[in-house]
Design a protein around this ligand. Sequence first.
Ligand code: ZN
Length: 395
Amino acid sequence: MQRLITADTVLTGPAGQAVPNGAVLVDDHEIVAVGNIDDIRRRASTEAILHEHTGHTLLPGLINCHVHLALDASDEPLQHYLDSGDTDLLLAMTGRAQAAARSGVTTLRDLGDRDGLVFHLRDAIENGTLTGPRILAAGAPLTSPGGHCHFFGGEVDGDDAVREHIRDSADRGADLIKIMASGGQITPASPPMWASQFTAEQLRLAVKEAAVAGLPVAAHAHGTEAIAAAVEAGASTIEHCTWMTGSGGYETRDDVATAMAEHGIHACLAWPPHWRAFLERLGPDRAERIVNRVHWMRDLGVRMIPGTDAGLRGSHFTRFAEALGLYEHLGFACDEIIEMATTTAAKALGLNDVGTIAPGYSADLIAVKGDPRSTLNSLRGPDLVMIRGTLIVGE
Ligand SMILES: [Zn+2]
């Protein structure tokens, strides 16, 4: 079945690539043509279903690079998670994934859940049993005994356990490996955020073992030491990338950031949709320093991909567009931000059939009112969402 979708503008990605009076022709799950309405109309079959979106912009579906479907974004996400049995949890995860999809997020990278539940959800969506977003799933993140997010079930003690956990994750169908290189916020009695949870050797071992299984590694790292070790080990993405030190301060390292830029290791800051309240809570001085660190990374050529840590308190799965406002606040141009959330994110995650509107790509598209290149608010509440050619939102 063919669908012909027209809009005032088609942003094909990357930034700067736009077709005025554009159209996209979709056959089954794939994009077969994109271009000027008149040209594309001629190529469509007479039975093609027409979706006319006057006053709209059509663009690739958005990619949230850091979420936790197992957590519910309430005031007590951890307690609710611990209180849920697997069946209830999986149903709740399904609802959250589908809500994200309806808000225009067509791909999610899940960076931690338990018992491989997210693999079941991913597969059910992939084989058409359920509608929902494309999911890349890590499963239980590796962490030290009693370490950050140990409640996901990924505690490892020693080199053999590291190897075993990675092999097991790969066997169960993980798309990537997540490792908690440093401590974090939400786990009582675990190492502080800045502290490394693994040695540099263990991180190297983890990246090597993951590579044997063909999997990239996402390293959660707040501490400068953990960031440096994860970069040196060859992780694919650094989550949070906060550059903290034990003294309660921060240490940025040009050599590490330069290595990230050179090796295409992306930083995923994972700031929530309520980033503004977060900055206000820090006060002007600390907020300015945080903002300066992001500028410093950008100036050294570190590429960034957007994520929200959705599932944590107040970080709702449907508020990705709001979270993107952070980058506008940091001085990024709107079309640059759209590129981050589509083309760049897809490349960083190793997805070569989404993030761009081009023949041969998966039909993962959204249509939004107005032009998101002038205001990102336009990305909220899309009037059409299509994932793998299936209409999630739209008539
Ligand atoms: Zn996270």
